[in-house]
Design a protein around this ligand. Structure first.
Ligand code: ZN
Length: 158
């Protein structure tokens, strides 16, 4: 079944009908409001009933996500590359290398998530991300609804 450019994608399909092949969709730029260095993403699924959402990210060497707090836990799978979370090993955080799995607990704060090499990772978010400024004030809260809205707009299905 092809869902290419379907306005139904991905939410209006029943959750058990959410097969997505990565080649069905082009990478879209992840907003520069929340990242630097040309990160791209594909939204794979949203679950309004649980508030969770799943996406895959393509992160060139030298790119990073801006400071954020996970308002729900999340699990990632780094398929390739090298990712420094919370400053990486040298600053008390973690340096993940592909292929690897990681769990980020609720309220985990990531001041800068930095990609040392060309990297790619999948992540399921059990709740929104709160992007914050230097003083810890909220800039934006991004959950399944905001992610879906952005994605549908980017693929021309909104
Ligand atoms: Zn994070």
């Amino acid at each position: 079944m092809s869902q290419k450019n379907s306005p139904d994608f991905p939410n209006q399909s029943p959750p058990n009908d959410a097969y997505v092949h990565l080649d069905d969709f082009e990478w879209q730029p992840f907003p520069e409001e929340f990242s630097e260095g040309g990160i791209r993403w594909k939204l794979l699924h949203v679950s309004p009933e649980s508030g969770s959402w799943a996406a895959i990210y393509d992160c060139p060497a030298g790119s990073s996500f801006n400071a954020h707090v996970h308002l729900g836990p999340g699990e990632y799978f780094l398929t390739k590359g090298k990712m420094e979370v919370r400053g990486g090993n040298d600053e008390g955080g973690a340096t993940a290398t592909g292929r690897s799995y990681g769990y980020e607990p609720c309220n985990a704060q990531h001041d800068k998530t930095y990609f040392v090499e060309d990297s790619e990772f999948y992540m399921t978010f059990q709740g929104p991300l709160k992007f914050i400024d230097d003083e810890g004030n909220a800039i934006a809260v991004v959950g399944w609804e905001e992610s879906q809205g952005l994605w549908l707009e980017q693929i021309g299905a909104a």
